[in-house]
Each structure stands twice: as C-alpha cells, then as structure tokens.
Design a protein around this ligand. Structure first.
Ligand code: DGJ
Length: 734
C-alpha cells in the first residue's frame, strides 16, 4: 500500500515515513525481526542498499531459530527488542507469563497504514485537527510462541518534523500475563558517531531544568524519575546531539515523553558503539496485569529531528506543544498579567489585606488577582486542611465570593489555588475517610510537607474531590485555577487492588489524576488552568494537554531564573512558562536585584507579580505601572513569537535570547549579565530570524538598524555597570 506520507516497499520489506523534512525508515529483516534503519533528514528515495552488516561476533548468538552465525539480535538495530532472545542489551519490554517465564521473542506479524492518528484513551497526547494532518503506521509484532501481540504505532505529521510513537500490548492467550516493563519506544542508532552526546534537564526544587550535556559512554545510563511525578529532578525530555551541535547548527533528536508520572530514558552504548534509547514508564514500582483478551496502551513519545541545531528542535516542540498538545479556550489567548498573594502574605492574610493588594493592583493596571494557599478548611499553615475544599469560615469577611466580587468590580479577573491530590491528617476528609490516604494499612505512611497523597486510582476518591471542587467553582465566579501538588509519592499501595496488582498503583494514580483533569477542564472551559508542583515538579508535556501554562519553579530570583527559563525553553514553549516579579531580598536566595532586572527577566515569560504591592514606594509603583504597559505591548510577541536562545547562562556570565514575531515585523532582545568585573571584555550579540532588508527601530531610543546588520554585524552588549544587569530592546520594522 502506498500513502503520501508512508510507503511500504514490498520487495525490500521497507517502511518509509517521510514528509518534507524528515524520514524514518524501518525494515523487516530475515525471520521477521524488525530492524531500525534510519531517522533523520528527509531521504527522497531509499534504494534499499543499506542493509545490516553481518558478522559473527563471539558470545552474540544467533537469532532464535536461525543458525546463521553472523545474524544476531545482540547487534542488530531494532525497532523494539524482546527479553531473553539473544539480545543482551536493555530490553524494551519484560512480560511474565503464569509459568513464571519472562522469555519472549517478538517478530513481525502484520501492518496497517491509517489516515490520521490513533486516539489514546485516558492519556494526554499530541492531536490532529483533521485526518489529513498526519498518517500512522501500525506494525504488529507477535511473540514466536504465544498469542501476545505488540502494536507499534508511528504517526508522522504532514507539516511538522515530528513522529509520535507508542505501543499497545495485547494479550490473546488464555491466561493472564504481567507487563513488568513496556517502553513506549525504542531507537537503536548505528555507530556512525552522529549522536555522541545527550542533553538532559536535571534539577531540584528551586533549580529546575538545568541544561546538562554529556558524552554517551559505554554501558547503561538512565535519566529518570521514581517520584510518582515527572519531577523537578529529571525532566521527561532528552535530546541526542553531536558534540559539534550548537543552537544554530548540527543534528539534534529531541524526545518528549507525554506523561506526568515515573519515567525513564535509558541509553545503552553497546559493544560496537551503537546506542539504544528506550523511553517509557519507569519499570521501578511498575507492573501491569493483563487478563486474557485485555490490552495496555503506553503513553506516547514525541520525536523530532533537526539538522540545524537546538533552536530549530526547540521551535518544533514550541509549536507542537502549543498548537497540538495544549487545548482549550486559552490555548492561543494572551494570558492576563496577574498578582499572586503567596510571597506577599503566605498563609497570613485577611480580607482587608487582600482588598488593599487588589486596590493597588487595579490602580497599576494588573489584570488578575490570584488568591493562593490558605483560604479553605482551617488552613493557616501547611500542616492542615488538604482535602477540605470548602471555605475557611471567618478568614475572609465576605467569603471567597466576596473577594471574587470585589476583584471583579475592580475590572480584574479572579483566580484561586487548589491542591486536589492531597490529604492532611488534620482535615475533615481524613476524619471521615482515613482510608483515602495512600498507604499500606497498619504501616505508618511517610509525610512530606505534613501532607499525604490521596489514592487517585480510586473512583470514589476522585468523585469526592471533584464534587467539592465543583461546588466551589459553581458558586464562586473563578476565572483561573492554580493546580498545585507539593510532594512526591510514597507508600505506593492501594487497598482497592489485590496483592499481585500493587505494581499498578503509581500508574493508576496518574491515570486517575488525568481523568479528574479531563472532567474539570471540560466542565469549566472558560477557566484558565495553570499547573504547578511546588514550582516545576510536573512541568511536562502530559500536563500541558490539560493546562496551557505552568509555574516552572518556586524560585523567583531573577538571576537564577535566567538558567531555569533558558533550560525550560529547550523543550517547552514560552506561553507555557509563567514568570513573576517578587520582592527583594529574594525569598529563595536572599539576593537583591533591581526592579528593572526582575521585570526584564519575568517579561520573557507569562508575566505577573508575586509581592506585596502595598509595601512598594510610589516610585516603585510607577515603575510597575510602566512595566505593565510595556508588557502589554510585547505580550503577543513573547507568548506566541519564535524564541531563539543566543547566549547561554550555563556557559558564562552573559545571557541573551530573542523573540521574533511571525511576519518578522517585531523582535524583542533580552540581554543579561550576572556579575560585574572592573575590566570587562566587550561582547556582541548576533540576532537571528529577522528580515535582512527591513529597517527596525528600537522603541524608546529610536535607533535604527537593518535586519542584516543586527544579524551579521551584531549589537554590542551594553557596557553594564554593577551586578545583575539586564536590557530589553523592542524592535519594530518601519
Ligand atoms: C507551592 C507553589 O509552587 C507556590 O507557588 C505556592 O502556591 C505554595 N505551593 C502554596 O502552598
């Protein structure tokens, strides 16, 4: 069968997925072993010449059932490896049968090519708007002996250099089987040396998504989370690059795992320098029983290839995540400039205090007020009330509705904080339903921030929380919700599951969270939803499917933010990344930076404030009002323009990035220098993505530049004086 985007060459037994930018080629080798041939720049015609070189290698035995000594699965690049069939590299799947055996050997069985993209029920995913936007290849593998099938799905987009992959396991045997591992995709690269480095985004709470680049070494390396969430500590994204790849040149393969729970990106460099990459649900704390006739669908992986460096890779993902993962009314809407009371008051607020902040905010031109933690149950600190989603009587004089009305009367929008997946021991919910807490009965559960997880895999618990949230959302006019999650999973056990199904708890938990999010975001489409997990503990492609923006970190220090925002931009669109100006000395680092510096850095994201406006001097208020007007002018450019990284804060003292709008008529350059020196070296910054022949005028100074000057001659980075200096230049084509 031939299709525009996917062809099957029967003679060569080769599938070729191809659009104007990329090709992905796989081949059915002898005995039905599915061989990976290529992923990279578009190949117009594959003539079939590049088979797998065979060689008899010691201790790498034959493909089972074939005595050809030079043909071994131990070195063959494959699309999806089996366990225990003479491939000693990390297996893509481990499936245990009732006799205790986890041996299997998957071979090609069948294929189908379908218009569009298969929908993944209950999971976040990249979507299409019409069937002709993508085509999918489903290759069916079957175990040599058992009626166990794996459907490997590959969707190629028509107009994006993107392939989405996922796997469905189907048990057609008469007995139950247990999936102990089921990767969403495998990519076996030959040893061409093209991809010899890997970039990951490790971090910590308050230091999320730092760019880490390392050589791929022999042996196994895993970038993973075992915390039940995608985590602050290792984001669910990696990129494979060449040592020479930079922001503007060289090959890069980016991989996003569209999932918010435990993940693993495993890399193995084998005996002949080939590299296997597996991406999927972490096998730690995972198993899944499939009864006879049942199927299991993995979350998906989004893959892109760029031959022009990292900015291009990021751009593909920025567009894809914004246009085909994020959903809802606010997906393409400019987001309001908000003020959040968290760093202003923490739990210690009254109606009077909130009203004063709101008054100031309205005067300054702020567009939304967000009431953070502390308005519910009897919550005055972080040790109580999670699970009690009813108003803290008496804390706010006229209640939540009173504050909402007050804010609305001032012409602003109103938002509220929730943390729905949690329970405090000191709560009404716990008194009534102690069994809702995720724990092994009679074993003391571990607490973190004085709180515990609800077992969200259980329907009755989700329904209870949903009902409580709906009561508030129906009663109070709420325009925005901040959905927080402030601890990692522990005591992963569910009383609703049998002893042999306990390995399912963590995945069922996140599926339950997804179901609740789907219900609520569908029922309240007008609300702008923002994800949060103690800052950036769940900043992932999965969560973006439900919420178009997320709080990337609890760290509001402008200098540390440079790295966090820079690292985040590698994988995520700017429209997803909120950024607030907070008070100084900064509450996380103790550093003092100017209001200008804080504003300039935060204006490179979805902008807002998080400080006590009532404590500001008149001069500061004036500056805030000016910042707000400035951001309103650049907002579409920042939130929806092309973003380019120019100078990395991970490589030196300077940071520079640039926004350019679609028709290249506007650009915004942000320059920052962290530390001053008495005898500074001069630097230049080279812009990109502009119209070469157009003339651009810098707003404010009215300096004129031609596009080619800005790109090739460059601009001088100002001779800044003092630490923590920034500059914003807004250019408009005349
Ligand atoms: C963690 C969030 O990241 C903060 O912004 C704030 O909402 C607190 N939780 C409230 O408990």
């Amino acid at each position: 069968m031939t299709n525009q985007l996917i062809t099957f060459d029967k003679q060569e037994q080769v599938f070729h997925l191809k659009n104007n930018e990329i090709s992905y080629i796989l081949k059915i080798e002898e005995d039905g072993v599915l061989n990976h041939l290529y992923f990279g720049k578009k190949i117009n015609h594959y003539s079939g010449h590049k088979g797998y070189l065979r060689r008899d290698r010691g201790f790498s035995g034959n493909v089972p059932g074939n005595n050809e000594r030079a043909y071994s699965k131990d070195t063959l690049p494959q699309e999806y490896s089996s366990n225990g069939s003479m491939d000693y590299r990390i297996p893509a799947t481990i499936i245990r049968r009732e006799n205790g055996s986890a041996l299997h050997d998957f071979r090609y069985f069948d294929y189908r090519i379908e218009n569009g993209k298969p929908e993944l029920k209950g999971l976040p995913q990249a979507y299409i708007l019409s069937e002709d936007e993508a085509t999918s290849l489903i290759v069916v593998l079957k175990d040599r002996d058992q009626e166990i099938y794996l459907e490997l799905a590959y969707t190629i987009y028509q107009d994006r250099p993107v392939i989405a992959r996922g796997v469905k396991a189907i048990n057609q045997t008469k007995q139950a089987i247990v999936l102990e591992k089921i990767a969403s995709m495998q990519l076996d690269l030959t040893n061409s040396g093209e991809f010899d480095e890997v970039i990951s985004l490790p971090g910590a709470h308050l230091r999320e998504r730092q760019i880490n680049r390392e050589t791929i070494q022999p042996g196994v390396k895993s970038f993973e989370s075992r915390r039940g969430a995608s985590s602050h500590h290792m984001n669910s994204f990696i990129a494979l690059v060449n040592h020479a790849t930079n922001e503007f040149a060289g090959p890069a393969i980016g991989m996003h795992f569209v999932y918010s729970g435990n993940h693993a990106f495993q890399l193995e460099k084998d005996q002949i320098d080939q590299v296997r990459i597996l991406v999927g649900i972490n096998e730690y704390n995972f198993s899944w029983e499939l009864a006879a006739g049942e199927a299991f669908q993995t979350p998906e992986v989004l893959l892109t290839y760029s031959d022009t460096g990292l900015n291009q890779m990021s751009s593909t993902f920025h567009h894809l995540l914004r246009e085909r993962v994020a959903r809802g009314e606010h997906q393409f809407k400019e987001r309001p400039i908000l003020v959040n009371n968290w760093e202003a008051t923490y739990f210690d607020f009254t109606s009077e205090k909130i009203e004063k902040i709101v008054d100031e905010a309205a005067d300054l031109g702020i567009e939304m007020f967000v009431l953070d933690d502390g308005w519910f149950g009897h919550r005055d600190s972080d040790n109580s009330s999670l699970g009690d989603w009813f108003e803290y009587e008496g804390k706010l004089k006229h209640g939540l509705k009173g504050i909402a009305d007050y804010v609305h009367e001032k012409g602003m929008q109103f938002g509220v904080w929730f943390e729905p997946e949690m329970i405090s021991i000191d709560s009404k919910l716990y008194q009534e339903h102690p069994d809702y807490l995720m724990q092994e009965p009679d074993r003391t559960p571990s607490s973190s921030r004085d709180q515990h997880l609800l077992d969200m895999g259980r329907k009755e618990i989700r329904e209870n929380i949903e009902k409580q949230l709906c009561e508030i959302l129906d009663e109070v006019p709420i325009d925005y919700v901040k959905w927080d999650m402030n601890r990692s999973l522990s005591d992963v056990y569910s009383t609703a599951l049998t002893e042999k199904n306990q390995g399912e708890v963590a995945h069922r938990h996140i599926l339950g969270v997804y179901e609740l999010l789907e219900h609520l975001t569908t029922r309240y489409p007008k609300i702008l939803w923002e994800g949060c997990s103690g800052g950036g503990g769940r900043f992932d492609a999965g969560f973006l499917y439900y919420m178009p923006q997320s709080w990337p970190t609890d760290n509001t220090d402008a200098v540390e933010r440079l790295k966090i925002q820079y690292g985040t931009s590698l994988a995520y669109p700017i429209s997803a990344m909120t950024a607030h100006v907070s008070a100084v000395p900064n509450h996380q680092t103790g550093r003092t930076t100017s209001l200008k510096t804080r504003g300039d850095v935060a204006m490179s994201g979805v902008f807002g404030y998080e400080l006590d406006l009532t404590e500001m001097t008149e001069e500061e208020k004036q500056q805030v009002a000016t910042q707000i007007q400035q951001y309103q002018k650049i907002r579409p450019l920042v939130q929806f323009g092309e973003f380019y990284r120019l100078n990395s804060p991970f490589e030196g003292n300077l940071t520079a990035w640039l926004f350019v709008n679609e028709d290249k008529s506007e650009a915004l350059l942000m320059n920052a220098r962290a530390l001053a020196s008495a005898q500074p070296v001069f630097h230049e910054v080279f812009l990109t993505g502009l119209d070469e022949n157009a003339q651009y005028q810098a707003q404010g100074t009215n300096e004129m530049y031609y596009g080619d000057e800005l790109m090739h001659l460059g601009l001088n980075v100002p001779d800044f004086f003092g630490d923590f200096q920034t500059q914003l230049i807004h250019l408009k084509k005349i």
